[in-house]
Design a protein. Sequence first.
Length: 301
Amino acid sequence: MQRGRRMGLAAVAAAAAFAGLARPIDAGIALTSQFIDVVLEGLKPGRSYNIRELRGIPYTVKNAGTAPMEVQVEPVAPSSGSTPSPYEPVPDPNWLSLTPARFRLSPGEPGFADLTINIPDDPSLIGKHYMGQIWAHTTGRSFLAVGVTSNVRFSIGKGPETLAEESRQKQMVDLNYDLWPAALHVLKAKVGGYDAKVEEKKSFKLTNRAEKELVVVLKATPWRESLVPLPAGYTKTEDLSWVRFEPATVTVDPESLQEVRVALDVPESLRGKKTAFLVQLTLPIGTIISEAHRVYVTVAP
């Protein structure tokens, strides 16, 4: 969520694309809404939040058909398992309210309503992430009915993206490690399976100097000359599926050391060649922390 879209205690992201549902047998009956997905954070127990008052964004539904229609707008709870993680269905759809909740719309006419989110005064709700839905649908005796659904996601306290960013920053601050050597030279590789530790007594050593457990993920990534010049005589390999680190996810206790082995399954296309690649280290959440370590491989003819 972009910082520039935060609205004080709440952040709103509203999609501008239309979404609607129309029966193909009667294109003259259709509803659309510009109010497709709203995301808020920083809400507090015991407070009410009117989206129009906060940001001037009303709930909008439009008669996109060719005939007048009666439209009912009501909050609903999504089905269990249908919400994106970490959101869960709102415990009571009446936490959301709309005023007015009923319209008679002429062809092409929009209807506007105030959407209010009412949070119960319950401190145990802090840290929860909920999703509700606004369902606008036609009413009346016609056998043809259409509707459009909008999502409302909100966090009581910090939102998922804010929490993830804080976690990333904290993990970066806590890092105090060393991967040795900076460059590992495998000099006698052969086509097929090859374990550098068994054959040449070579491996990486990951040292955790911090007082907290370290977890990093190692992955071979193609050489990037913008980071390190490729030595003469070596080629860059894009497909590195033949390289693996054991273990690929390394857990190191505080003030401890862990060995990481380099296992190769050298393809026939590299017979008699020299190739090099970089070692990418990431946190389990996906944040890249290093791409500076190198592996040079010389394959026998």
